[in-house]
Design a protein around this ligand. Structure first.
Ligand SMILES: [Zn+2]
Length: 144
């Protein structure tokens, strides 16, 4: 099996906090179509609380479950590909706030990969129809 480092290169993911484990690629069904699912975990030790900025010393910030996001990815092969990111959730003992691990590969609350946005921008320069763009990139008409 490829190492996590190899998967990061295959998918052009520069965030070293995203970890791929063995057997992370599987097939599934989404919107009645066969698709490829790639599972990964986003975790790190935060330096400070995102809400109150208290430094994370002596376990001020503790792990607090996970939250999984599905990100539409550029196709890797012939099937629509989704990245399922299991994000670490944290809790700050100073202010009781909870927050989720972040990655530059997706903006917060936006689950469409920035790669796809770049792909759409490149393709729209060719003045192709939104319908064909939507089919090729697997993103809804409205989003495009
Ligand atoms: Zn806090």
């Amino acid at each position: 099996m490829p190492t996590s480092n190899d998967m990061q290169k295959v998918l052009d993911i520069q965030d070293k906090n995203i970890i791929f484990e063995d057997h992370c690629v599987s097939y599934g069904i989404h919107k009645q179509k066969k698709c490829k699912l790639i599972d990964c975990t986003l975790t790190y030790i935060p330096t400070e609380c995102k809400k109150c900025q208290t430094p994370n010393k002596a376990y001020t910030i503790i792990k607090n479950g996970t939250q999984t996001s599905r990100i539409t990815f550029p196709m890797a092969g012939i099937y629509p590909t989704y990245l399922r990111v299991k994000k670490q959730r944290f809790k700050c003992k100073a202010c009781e706030a909870t927050f989720t691990a972040e990655t530059p590969i997706v903006k917060e609350h936006c689950f469409i990969s920035n790669f796809i946005k770049a792909e759409i921008l490149m393709k729209s320069a060719d003045a192709r129809s939104i319908k064909s763009l939507s089919e090729e990139t697997n993103v809804s008409h409205a989003t495009i």
